[in-house]
Write a protein that binds this ligand. Structure first.
Ligand code: PLP
Length: 415
């Protein structure tokens, strides 16, 4: 395993790649930063920073509205970014890509629009036990409004979804299934192909929260045959404030607009408004032009490294980290699915995750502690939270060794 990682890391030239990320050179408390909080947000390559800088310095202008040269240039760049994202996820049409503020807004959009039109008293939405709050609360809100209910697919104590429970709960009252592809807390990769196939056999659409999948593995919406996906730019090396909702054309055409305002209309009179076509129907108001252009640059950057290469390098890194962490006395993993990606959660003996995180921080090691916006997950395991190390392709074996050393220190200091 470790030799393989070295092969991939050398082939990818990780050390050179790290130079693309200025922030990775930062020191914290005089120590070299070891950034292992990539599930929360990723660092940005110079290519993305330059795209933002170039936009604001040379062609900042509002899109879709002006005949002047700058507005046309901004519009072209904004729409080119949409095409890049569409190609990246292999959408059939670029108008199936809606720019939003992030995963949270994308899910709220579907919950609100789908719910308004298709959810009725007695219906239900089926989610899973390992969802991020952003794939729970919007559904709770619309269910409350519509007198519908939320059903939850159970998981076992390894953090693996119980597919027999899914099958049992996939009854006629279910109007939509909304599950995460990869759990941000447990690292579990869910059997989404199976979930989609079974849901479609009953004509039930599926939304996938791919906030923790899109940056780690190739993802093809046509091959998955998924109806909606939601993700955030900032988790895939792009800027904050921009995200994507992909929806199949037929679904997006059926949904009512989410917000009203400029750009989402064809004509407005006081008596009646005719809504715009896709994708603009769902993009009311001035969009985040720079964010979309930055996301386009991020997608180009990821493509230049290669998603298969990223998956391989990160897979080996994860295997190395799991081995190394398992050797720490009293460490127990929270989430032990063999199918995993991105994040590793753990606890050491009775040490509070927050204390462990603080000691690591003093050594320049950034991990996340707490419930990671998945409170039902930590409640399920009856724990106060976890320590979570999460990885990107720019992380190294040496950084994992530093984490292990830091944890040994925490154990000695607190134990
Ligand atoms: N879904 C998952 C699985 C996540 O990990 C996150 C963020 O951590 C979100 C949704 C929400 O993303 P954002 O806060 O960028 O909207």
């Amino acid at each position: 395993m470790r030799e393989n990682y070295n092969d991939i890391a050398t082939a990818l030239n990780i050390e050179k790649i790290r130079n693309d990320f200025p922030l990775l050179k930062t020191t914290v408390y005089g120590k070299q930063l070891v950034y292992l909080d990539n599930a929360a947000t990723t660092q940005k390559p110079t290519a993305v920073l330059d795209a933002l800088d170039n936009y604001y310095k040379t062609y900042n202008s509002n899109v879709h509205r002006g005949v002047h040269a700058l507005s046309q240039q901004a519009t072209e760049a904004y729409e080119e970014a949409r095409k890049k994202v569409a190609r990246f996820i292999n959408a059939k049409y670029s108008h199936e890509v809606i720019f939003t503020r992030g995963t949270t807004e994308s899910i709220n959009l579907v919950a609100s629009s789908f719910g308004k039109k298709f959810l009725h008293k007695g219906d239900s939405i089926l989610i899973s036990a390992m969802e991020h709050h952003s794939n729970i609360v919007p559904w709770q809100m619309i269910c409350e409004e519509k007198d519908a209910s939320l059903k939850v697919i159970a998981m076992d104590n390894k953090g693996i979804l119980q597919m027999d429970d899914f099958e049992q709960k996939l009854t006629d009252d279910v109007k939509l299934v909304a599950v995460t592809y990869v759990s941000n807390t447990l690292g579990t990769v869910n059997p989404v192909r199976d979930i989609i196939k079974q849901a479609h056999a009953k004509n039930i659409p599926v939304l996938l929260d791919v906030a923790q999948a899109i940056q780690h593995m190739p993802l093809d919406v046509q091959e998955l045959d998924v109806d909606f996906i939601a993700f955030s730019g900032h988790k895939i090396y792009g800027p904050t404030g921009i995200g994507v909702l992909y929806g199949k054309e037929e679904w997006l055409n059926k949904l009512p607009p989410y917000q009203g305002g400029g750009d989402m209309i064809k004509t407005v009179t006081f008596e009646k408004t005719v809504y715009n076509d896709l994708p603009y129907k769902f993009e009311a108001g001035t969009p985040d032009m720079s964010g979309a252009i930055g996301l386009g640059a991020a997608v180009d950057y990821v493509e230049s490294i290669g998603r298969k290469n990223i998956e391989l390098a990160e897979g080996e890194l994860l295997a190395y980290a799991l081995d190394a962490l398992a050797a720490i006395p009293d460490l127990r993993f929270i989430g032990e699915s063999p199918e995993r990606s991105g994040a590793i959660s753990f606890l050491i003996g009775d040490l509070h995750p927050f204390d462990t995180g603080e000691i690591l921080d003093k050594q320049g090691i950034a991990v996340r502690t707490g419930h990671h916006c998945t409170q039902p997950v930590v409640d399920f395991f009856r724990i106060p939270g976890t320590v979570r190390a999460s990885f990107a392709f720019y992380n190294t074996k040496a950084e994992i060794d530093a984490l292990v050393k830091g944890l040994e220190k925490a154990r000695l200091m607190l134990g």
